[in-house]
Design a protein around this ligand. Structure first.
Ligand code: GTP
Ligand code: MG
Length: 195
């Protein structure tokens, strides 16, 4: 994918603050600190378009980024980080669910998983909920650069198994080496043109 332009559009919490639904949207979700913002930066080949951080729970709003005047990439706040204040954590779920269930231009969601961590009930029930909402999900296992090639294959299989997914449908990714960038763009563009 050739990037002609990538720009931050808006940060929102409530639906009234979302930008006008003029372009197809792809959302990115995953646990806190899994690498959502880094993955978006890698997709658009811009190191600092989206703020990244070593402190989990840094992205607390829904952030919209426009690419090539063609589509919108939507960075969702991460879930599952215990050290974020309870009041903040409590508003995440309704915020994310309101967006995912009520956005007419949403074409799909990229669920980002850490290759070193076996997904649990949170991911399983989230995927089930997406299915019920009719939101297609693309699974990505990221931080692949942290493991050897042979460990990557083993861990990818374990992650797939925990989610009852076929390993070949999951994309191996690294924000550090850009591994998986082209494969993920292919899937994103397929989701965008699926309707
Ligand atoms: N080695 C390696 N580090 C990564 C990769 N992706 C992200 N990181 C690091 O992981 C940390 C978290 O990355 P972010 O992109 O900020 O993660 P996030 O999911 O957006 O985090 P929150 O917004 O806080 O939920 C940062 O220190 C990144 O540099 C990767 O593919 N490889
Ligand atoms: Mg982030």
């Amino acid at each position: 994918m050739h990037i002609r332009s990538a720009e931050f559009v808006k940060s929102a919490v409530k639906p009234v603050h979302y930008p006008p639904p003029d372009l197809p949207e792809i959302a990115f979700a995953g646990r806190s600190n899994v690498g959502k913002s880094s993955l978006i930066n890698t997709l658009v080949r811009r190191k600092h378009l989206v703020k990244t951080s070593n402190t989990p729970g840094r992205t607390q709003h829904i952030n919209f980024f426009r690419v090539n005047e063609e589509l919108m990439l939507v960075d969702l706040p991460g879930y599952g980080y215990a050290k974020v204040p309870a009041a903040v954590r409590k508003q995440w779920r309704p915020m994310i669910e309101a967006y995912l269930s009520g956005r007419p231009v949403l074409r799909g969601l990229v669920l980002i998983l850490d290759i070193r961590r076996t997904p649990g009930p949170e991911e399983i029930s989230f995927l089930q909920w997406l299915k019920e909402q009719g939101v297609p999900a693309q699974l990505v296992v990221t931080k692949a650069d942290k493991l050897s090639k042979s460990r990557q294959t083993l861990r990818k299989k374990a992650v797939a198994e925990a989610l009852a997914a076929a390993p070949e449908t999951m994309i191996l990714f690294s924000a550090k080496t850009a591994l998986g960038r082209d494969a993920l763009w292919r899937e994103i563009l397929a989701l965008v043109s699926a309707r």
